[in-house]
Design a protein around this ligand. Structure first.
Ligand code: SF4
Length: 73
């Protein structure tokens, strides 16, 4: 996959199950409202970030390349 340049979380879709936080713990953290947030982009490597996005049950994590093209989902 092309290098990830932007991570977006659709908080209206996020159900707060915390899977992304388990898979890529340095990048994603649930906030006090039970929604996932990006706490530190690129703290995990691209593979872990992709795996976190793929593991999200509602596909709320969107990944983009440097040209703004959506890489996932
Ligand atoms: S895996 Fe998806 S639904 Fe679960 S907390 Fe992360 S963004 Fe939200």
């Amino acid at each position: 996959m092309t290098k990830i340049s932007k991570i977006e979380i659709d908080t209206t879709m996020c159900i707060g199950d915390g899977t992304c936080e388990v898979v890529a713990a340095k990048t994603f953290r649930l906030n006090t409202e039970g929604k996932s947030t990006v706490i530190k982009p690129w703290a995990d490597n691209d593979e872990e970030i992709v795996r976190a996005a793929q593991s999200c049950p509602v596909l709320a994590i969107k990944l983009f390349d440097e040209e703004g093209k959506q890489l996932f989902p």
